[in-house]
Design a binder for this molecule. Sequence first.
Ligand code: FE2
Length: 374
Amino acid sequence: MNTSAVFQTPPNTDTFPINGTDFIEFYVGNAKQTCLFYQHCFGFELIAYKGPETGSRDVISYVLQQGKIRFVITSALSPDHEILRHVAQHGDGVKVLALWVDNVSDAYHKAIERGAESAFEPYKAEDEHGYVMLAGIKTYGETIHTLVERSQYRGAFMPGYTERKSPVKINPLGFKYVDHCVGNVELGQMNKWVQFYEDVMGFKLLVTFDDKDISTDYTALMSKVVSNGNGYIKFPINEPADGKKKSQIEEYLDFYGGAGVQHIAIATEDIVHTVESLRNNGIEFLYVPDNYYDTVLERVGDIKEDIEDLKRMNILVDRDEEGYLLQIFTKPIQDRPTVFFEIIERHGAKSFGKGNFKALFEAIEREQALRGTL
Ligand code: FE2
């Protein structure tokens, strides 16, 4: 497929309406410390909590918010708990990409009718602040989509949680919303999962990248991006392609123990400030050589930002037919080389930074080489 003219908004064929990402839940080995990491390094506010003190005997969850983004950080207490089995297999990782829908029962049953596998059946959770409806369907690996209906709820997060505030003043870093969430799947599985989103959710294929678009001297990958009708949900799906050496996708699959979420892209409206703050807080980013900036303006034309700021922060730029975007990838945020974040600022561009793929993947390969996994 020609990748250069496919970003027109496709017709809305959603099986059920999705209003956005409701929350992203991480299963981790130590929720208390991870929760502090996201407050101090990423500028999230703690808003809710559940644990033994609130009647949740085995499972501990902290809910964090910045802009429209909600993270739930979850761990468990007993060694035989399913959550800790998940952590033992995958390391800290993303378990749930929750979707905010209008009607959970309708969405769930339509999804199941169209071939989705159930993670859990619809149920109502209720407290003095109202109720939410929840259901779950499975996607790649052990990841699930929880469907959330919350029009009748006015509490901090949802029933079962109590309101809890950050113990110190938090400095938000300008995170606005989840731009896209990327999944890595095994060789030969990309099309199956693209079809899952098309058949079950009514998503449209937005763009295809093949190994000619995404390859360096050593490694390659293929990627297809599916989107819902309003564009609030964008899921790129990657699979490894043949290269001379091991691709970053294979490295992920080896260390994650299967398919899973590779990165979450977070939108900001002042990427220089956001990245500078993250760096000051100790977050590390992939490094692109300075000579990237020698020619970047010839490639992308006029941009609002000062190129010296971008160079200082190592932020990348790309342009498509509709505008430009600025982006940068963090290094993995846990011990295993698996999940990382992208910070992205869009100025009209609806694409994913194809012009930066080579520079970015060479940066990843330098890290792989250091880990001995290239
Ligand atoms: Fe991305």
